[in-house]
Design a protein around this ligand. Structure first.
Ligand SMILES: Cc1cc2nc3c(=O)[nH]c(=O)nc-3n(C[C@H](O)[C@H](O)[C@H](O)COP(=O)(O)OP(=O)(O)OC[C@H]3O[C@@H](n4cnc5c(N)ncnc54)[C@H](O)[C@@H]3O)c2cc1C
Length: 374
């Protein structure tokens, strides 16, 4: 790091950020929500968040490259990830692209400062890959919508202040044309959350239920029944942001794996060597591809890098676990989130969240390669 040559301005930015992080990065064990909120606020107050968001909404108006430099440096310094990842990576960029002026002024700065935490309510028990099949209903009533239905796999729903929700507003219209995007206050009467425990032992996500929840029509993002277009903008931003940070994190993980193997100073079998070399090459190629694609990542190319990043991560985590030999199934001491065991378990969801690898391969085939639809 860095892979591409920094301009003098980028090099100065990198040095300033590196110095600030080494003086200010906290040590936070596990998922201490209060400490993680305080850390995000500190990053925001120092001007490191929303780098490529417009200044008038609390951002820094910097370039995409500076955002990439930021991602590289926070991973290098191994600082805790900001608690409001969904706000920063999914909701904020979507509001900047399609939100009203009023919504941008109201919601963007508190996303950056972690004063308001967000979750994303897209998936339902019968609508994941087939998102257009969603059934949570919103019916117009005066100046409000009244929402009834259920979402599932909603990350951060237990700590969220707002949910970015897709609902069906025109049940008789063609499936893609009857969906609307809404902002819903999680404290509204009729909203309830039931945690779901994951394979890692965390209950990072949950089910969210809506029982005649009233939401002002002013909370609609974009036009009524135009939610599918909003969702597509969200997905490309979500996949691009996941990919850029994964690409840098993989480099770090590869470095950790190699130094752990060297530290053990025991013979390494040829299969392991081949796999380690492959993981190293794959993570280098992924990072170079992300840097080369730059803002093109906010198009269909986001699917391409998301497939590769999630699959390389799974192979790398398996390798890390195999290095532990017979200790692999044991629960290690210390911060579980920093272990190979946690990494291995959490990486299973990488090829599902934000679109499964099978669905993304179809997008690459049809939208990038121009192959005929099935
Ligand atoms: C860690 C994690 C966090 C998540 N966070 C959120 C969140 O915050 N908000 C949210 O809304 N959702 C979230 N999700 C849900 C995620 O978006 C869905 O799980 C995903 O879209 C897949 O939907 P599904 O689970 O219903 O699986 P299904 O769609 O039922 O798919 C099951 C299998 O069938 C395959 N399949 C389905 N259709 C096709 C097809 N047409 N062609 C080929 N193969 C197909 C899939 O690839 C998959 O292997 C999260 C998921 C995970 C794992």
């Amino acid at each position: 790091m860095p892979r591409l040559q920094d301009t003098p301005g980028e090099a100065a930015f990198r040095e300033r950020l590196r110095g600030w992080l080494s003086a200010n990065a906290p040590k936070i064990e596990g998922r201490d929500v209060g400490a993680l909120k305080a850390w995000q606020k500190k990053l925001f107050d120092a001007g490191w968040l929303g780098l490529n968001w417009p200044r008038e909404y609390g951002g820094q108006g910097a370039s995409f490259r500076e955002q990439v430099v930021y991602n590289e440096e926070v991973i290098r310094a191994q600082t805790p990830a900001p608690i409001n990842g969904i706000g920063l990576m999914i909701v904020g960029p979507t509001l900047i692209a399609v939100g009203s002026e009023e919504q941008k002024r109201r919601y963007l700065a508190p996303i950056l400062s972690a004063e308001e935490i967000w979750c994303q309510g897209f998936s339902e028990p019968n609508a994941g890959s087939d998102l257009a099949g969603l059934q949570t209903r919103a019916v117009s009533d005066g100046d409000d919508y009244v929402i009834t239905g259920q979402k599932i796999w909603t990350s951060n729903s237990r700590i969220a202040d707002f949910i970015f929700l897709l609902v069906r507003t025109a049940p008789d219209a063609p499936r893609h044309k009857g969906i609307t995007a809404l902002i819903v206050d999680m404290k509204s009467p009729g909203v309830s959350v039931k945690p779901l425990r994951q394979i890692t032992g965390d209950a990072e996500f949950g089910e969210v239920f809506f029982d005649e929840v009233r939401v002002p029509q002013a909370n609609r993002i974009g036009e009524e029944n135009n939610g599918w277009i909003v969702a597509m903008k969200t997905f490309t931003r979500e996949r691009a942001n996941i990919s850029v940070s994964t690409s840098v994190r993989l480099q770090q993980q590869c470095g950790n794996l190699l130094s752990a193997v060297r530290g053990r100073d025991i013979p390494v079998d040829p299969q392991f060597r081949r796999e380690a070399a492959r993981a190293y090459l794959d993570s280098e190629c992924l990072q170079l591809t992300c840097e080369r694609l730059s803002e093109q990542l906010f198009g269909f190319e986001s699917s391409l890098v998301k497939i590769v990043g999630s699959e390389v991560n799974q192979r790398l985590q398996e390798l890390g676990l195999s290095m532990l030999g017979p200790d692999a199934p044991l629960v290690p001491d210390g911060d579980f989130e920093k272990t190979w065991q946690f990494g291995f378990l959490r990486s299973r969801g990488n090829t599902i969240e934000g679109g499964t690898s099978e669905i993304l391969r179809s997008i690459v085939a049809e939208r990038i390669l121009g192959l005929p639809r099935k």
